[in-house]
Design a protein around this ligand. Structure first.
Ligand SMILES: [Mg+2]
Length: 117
């Protein structure tokens, strides 16, 4: 599946603090055979910068501007915005506020597997 991650509130705080366990979660999803994308209303370039900050750039297939239709189908959206998850299907994460003990991203791989039903 093509798994799309939102950036702000999902992978980073507004102040760009990285959410814990991003690389671990991305590795789990890659090993399960999924293709990973980052998209942001801040644009594709901002999403790419976020991937570098999170140390996941080598695990990501592409970056998209969230304000436009991406060039590949969105099979599963990981987002702190419920409307995005409702539109595409996926997993709504709690908005990340910088908690260093946050483990929300570790639940994503499980949610993707469960969605295959
Ligand atoms: Mg967001």
């Amino acid at each position: 599946m093509n798994v799309f991650f939102d950036v702000q509130g999902t992978l980073l705080t507004m102040e760009e603090v990285p959410r814990p366990h991003a690389r671990e979660a991305f590795l789990m999803l890659k090993e399960a055979g999924h293709d990973l994308y980052l998209w942001s209303s801040g644009g594709a370039g901002y999403a790419a910068t976020a991937a570098d900050l999170l140390g996941v750039a080598n695990l990501v297939e592409g970056y998209f501007d969230k304000r436009r239709e991406p060039g590949v189908p969105v099979d599963f959206a990981v987002d702190d915005d419920a409307s995005v998850v409702e539109a595409h299907g996926g997993y709504r994460v709690t908005p990340f506020d910088g908690d260093p003990h946050d483990e929300e991203l570790l639940r994503v791989a499980e949610a993707v597997e469960a969605s295959k039903g």
